[in-house]
Write a protein that binds this ligand. Structure first.
Ligand code: BEZ
Length: 233
């Protein structure tokens, strides 16, 4: 849905911010647009270059990246919740958009994976005596739109919606998800106690075991905005 909202057109210059493995950049390029994908992970950029040698991918930190290029549209999917300085990221995205250009982003919104991560944070706290703070940026719709507006971006569409997402791997699927995305939360837990913490987190999250599989409580924030011309008109 978010690529449809972007509505890429032939000849457009489009930035994919957080291009990961490059699959969505390739979909956007299939429309005839010229795409640059950037990602903070050198491994992701290598993988994307290997799979899509005809496309451009660069390693870049969205908070500080500067380029002389400008873009007709900026796209980002499942990336912006990793950046805990949202103003710095939005500043970069607004700078590279030409006046009238559009920003289309989707990422985790307020409440995203709250049941899963609260269960893990609680289980870690029971062992260490200190509940880790929330660790991603999942803003409320109004707050995020206000931030975009304060950077000269006029919001034209914004939606916060639930997308319950089944996890692969049966009973072990939630532990695998924690392992993939929440390794840093487990760091204060002694290695010997980690399996017990994961088991306790799964017990606390048991209401997300539905019809024989774990279902992650994903909540998406999807926004389209247009860069105002200089002078704010
Ligand atoms: C997501 O919302 O896409 C997400 C959030 C946290 C970890 C992994 C994915």
């Amino acid at each position: 849905g978010v690529v449809e909202l972007l509505d890429p057109r032939p000849g457009e210059q489009i930035l994919d911010a957080g291009s990961g493995t490059g699959h969505l950049a390739a979909r956007i390029a299939a429309s005839g647009a010229r795409v640059l994908g950037i990602d903070a992970s050198p491994a992701m950029v290598s993988a994307a270059r290997a799979e899509y040698p005809a496309l451009r991918f660069e390693v870049a930190d969205l908070r500080t990246w500067r380029t002389p290029e400008t873009f007709d549209a900026v796209f980002s999917n499942a990336t912006l919740h990793w950046i805990l300085q949202p103003s710095a990221a939005i500043d970069t995205l607004a700078r590279v958009l030409r006046p009238g250009g559009r920003l289309v982003v989707e990422f985790g919104g307020h409440g995203n994976v709250a049941r899963l991560t609260d269960s893990l944070r609680t289980a870690v706290g029971e062992v260490t005596g200190r509940t880790p703070p929330p660790f991603w940026y999942f803003p409320a719709l109004g707050a995020y739109c206000a931030l975009l507006e304060s950077h000269g971006l006029a919001v034209t569409e914004a939606r916060l919606f639930e997308r319950p997402t089944p996890l692969d791997g049966g009973e072990g699927g939630l532990a695998a998800w924690y392992d993939e995305f929440c390794g840093h939360v487990l760091e204060p837990v002694p290695v010997a106690a980690r399996a017990g913490v994961l088991a306790r987190a799964q017990e606390l999250a048991r209401d997300r075991w539905l019809d024989g599989r774990w279902v992650a409580d994903y909540v998406r924030l999807r926004v389209r905005a247009v860069r105002r011309p200089p002078g704010g008109g």
